[in-house]
Design a protein around this ligand. Sequence first.
Ligand code: DOR
Ligand code: ZN
Length: 355
Amino acid sequence: MARLVKIPALVDPHTHLRDLDWAHKATFTSETTAAVAGGYWAVFDMPNTPPTTTDRPALDRKLAALSAGAVCDWGVYFGASQADNTAEYAHVRGTCGLKIFNNSTTGDLLIADQGQRAQHYAAWPGGRVIAVHAEDETVLDILALVREYRKHTHFLHISTAQEIAWLTAAKAEGLPVTIGVCPHHLYLTEDDLPTLGAFGIMKPGLKTATDRDALWAALQSGVVDIVESDHAPHTLAEKQSAKPPYGVPGLETTLPLMLTAVQAGRLTLDRVIDLVATNPRRIWGLTAPAETYALVDLDASYVIDRANLHGACGWSPFEGMSVHGRVLETWIRGTKVWDGEQVLVQPGFGHNLFN
Ligand code: DOR
Ligand code: ZN
C-alpha cells in the first residue's frame, strides 16, 4: 500500500559539497542532485574544501561555481582561519553564517586557541549564525564564548550523552544555542566499526550505545533542534586507501532513516518535519517559497544499496539497511526538480538564499 504525503522540502545546514579543488570527490551538480533525490530544498556548504572559504576571492569563486552548478537552493559558510581573517567579517556578503572548527578534522581550519576563538566571536556580526564543530570539553569552551558574546551558536553533529547534558543546561540557562545531530550517530555505534571499516570513520567518530540512546531521547524530548547529514563524500578509492579520510555521505539517506523511525513509532512525523525542515528554516530566518515540498511514500520499503544512490561517491555507511519511506518527487518554487529517478532542471537552477 502506498501512503503519499507532501512534506515541506528539507533544509540541511551541514554539508560538504566539495567541487572546486576537490572536484574529483564530488561537484556542486552531483551533490545537489543527491540533495533533491533526498527531498531537500536547500543545502548549506562548509568552508573546509580547498581553497578554504576564508577570504573574499575564495568566497566569490565558490558563489560563482554554486550559481552555475547547483540544482537546489543553497547557502555558503564563511570559515574562521588561524591566520586571523576577522578583518573580512564586517563586509562579507552572501553567506549563511560563520563556521568555526574547534577540533581537528578534514582540512586545516582548526582553531584550538581559546583567545583566537574569542577574537572570531567578537568580530562576527551579530544576528548571523555561528556554527561550531566542538567535541567533548570544547563544548564548554564554546559555551563560555556564547555566554560572553550572546551570538546565536549552532552546535553541529553533537554525539555524546555528556554533550547533550551540557547543552540542555545551556538552553535552560537561556543561552542562544541550537543543537544538530547526524543519522550516523543515531543508527551506528563503535560496535559497527569492525564491519564498516573506513566507511564508519568520521569526525566526531561513532560512539557507544549509551551515547546513541541519549541522542534518541533528546530527539524525543525536543532538546535537539535539527537532524543534519554532515554529508562529506570521499571517493571509494580514498576510503579504501591506507590512510582513509574522515567523512560519510548522507543527503540521500537522512529522510528515509528518519521516516523509518516514524514507522517504528520512535518519533512522530510532525517531529521529523520539525527536525529536517521547519527548525532549520526558522533558525536561519528563511521563508519557504510557495510549492516547495517533497512528495513521499511513507510505506515504500527497500534496502539502501549503491544502486539506488545518486551522489558522486557511490557508497553509504548505511548499505544493507532496510528503510521505510521513499522520495517520489521534489518541488522547488513550483518546479518539479526530481521525479524519483532524475533531475528535471539544469545546473544553475538553484538560488543563494542569503543574498
Ligand atoms: O567526518 C568529517 N568529514 N567531519 C568533518 O568535520 C569534516 C568532514 C569532511 O569535510 O570530510
Ligand atoms: Zn561537517
